[in-house]
Design a protein around this ligand. Structure first.
Ligand code: SF4
Length: 375
């Protein structure tokens, strides 16, 4: 089982917290980029090692910035190289201000059956403070439009810990999210990444960071509200109604092969990881001369162990020590068990029959715990 990720690195404006690679776009540049994506697919599809493609994910950037014609050309191009008939989940990320009935029914006709929408907050002041282009009401209307056009598998993204956000305003955003009754919600704690405008504003004293205590209280509220509303907390940042987990992301977390196409996309062929150049124009040049645009790294055993622990501990399935013994041997499992025990004693980890998972308290400290468990 394999997945394809396609990065669309274009945005109309930059949200102040965002450190994903994206630039402004014009039609000619997007057209050239689509040609380059198809060329890259042709150059690299054998990295899928003959495995059937079960998930396709268009992320960004802003895939909804492409016209239906451009999306059709891209999907037809990929489909002429890779067999897409086994695809079960085909996700496109959208911005609320791009959603129209025509757009959603158009992408649905192209095979898309899941939409992921960055909403981030249902408070307009919070949205404008982080330079989002849409209002809360536009996001609510967009969810209705997506459903009316026939796509019901919808994810929404939210952020907590925004500057100026309060427990009460986060509670309000969660209530609005729950009312929408979408099957999947991803919630991220705001992080201040170097190089972003958000980071510079904090360094210049232009905004006040949400306190750790408030972030913890927001996380606890989130966890409770999601559970009470029938969502399963299946990964640190992800909540889903039963059987509505993201298949694409779940495949990443289980170590499946995936091919990432586009500027700044990364891939895993089962043995090595590769990272594409984060420069659209250079990427297009390289693809038009039939040259790969990626750097490849083979992971050492320690790196593979660290990655295994990091990915699996973030999921509700946790880490089974028997799997560590089977994959990495007893030296790694001894290290894991001895480091894990003190977190079990502190009730940050739960251990049942050799399977270790984060407790609710542990999820809030997951970065620190995972660091301890790594080699
Ligand atoms: S729309 Fe998404 S990718 Fe683009 S700047 Fe905002 S958060 Fe980043």
């Amino acid at each position: 089982m394999a997945g394809i990720y396609i990065h669309i690195p274009f945005c109309r404006s930059k949200c102040i917290y965002c450190d994903f690679y994206s630039i402004g776009a014009n039609e000619a540049l997007v057209d050239s980029y689509i040609g380059a994506l198809v060329s890259e697919c042709r150059l690299r599809y054998d990295e899928l090692r003959g495995e059937a493609v079960h998930t396709v994910y268009f992320g960004g950037g802003t895939p909804s910035l492409l016209s239906l014609n451009q999306l059709k050309r891209l999907i037809d191009g990929i489909g002429s190289i890779v067999d897409l008939k086994c695809v079960e989940e085909f996700t496109v990320e959208v911005n609320p201000d791009d959603v129209s009935h025509d757009f959603v029914s158009g992408v649905s006709a192209l095979g898309v059956n899941r939409v992921s929408m960055g909403i981030q907050s249902f408070v307009d002041d919070e949205l404008s403070a982080i330079n989002r282009r849409h209002t809360a009401n536009q996001a609510i209307v967009a969810v209705g439009t997506i459903r009316n056009a026939g796509i019901y598998n919808i994810n929404i993204d939210l952020i907590y810990g925004l500057p100026g956000q309060t427990i009460e305003s986060w509670d309000f955003s969660l209530s609005e999210a729950v009312k929408l009754n979408v099957p999947h919600i991803s919630c991220y704690n705001l992080s201040y990444e170097e190089g972003t405008r958000l980071y510079r504003m904090r360094e210049s004293g232009l905004l006040t960071e949400c306190s750790d205590d408030d972030c913890i209280a927001m996380y606890k509220l989130l966890s409770r509200r999601m559970r009470d509303s029938g969502y399963e907390h299946y990964e640190v940042s992800n909540f889903a109604k039963p059987d509505m987990y993201s298949r694409h992301n779940s495949a990443y977390w289980s170590g499946a092969v995936y091919l990432g196409l586009g500027a700044s996309a990364h891939s895993f062929d089962g043995v090595s990881r590769s990272y594409n150049i984060a420069n659209v124009r250079r990427y297009i040049e390289l693809m038009s001369s039939g040259t790969l645009a990626c750097e490849r790294e083979s992971l050492s055993e320690v790196e593979r162990y660290d990655e295994y622990v990091m990915i699996h501990m973030r999921t509700s399935r946790g880490v089974d020590v028997k799997d560590i013994i089977r994959i990495f041997g007893s030296q790694f499992s001894s290290h894991f068990v001895s480091e894990a025990q003190r977190h079990v004693d502190s009730r940050l980890l739960l251990c049942i029959d050799g399977v270790y998972c984060l407790t609710d308290e542990g999820v809030m400290l997951s970065d620190m715990i995972i660091r301890d468990l790594m080699w």
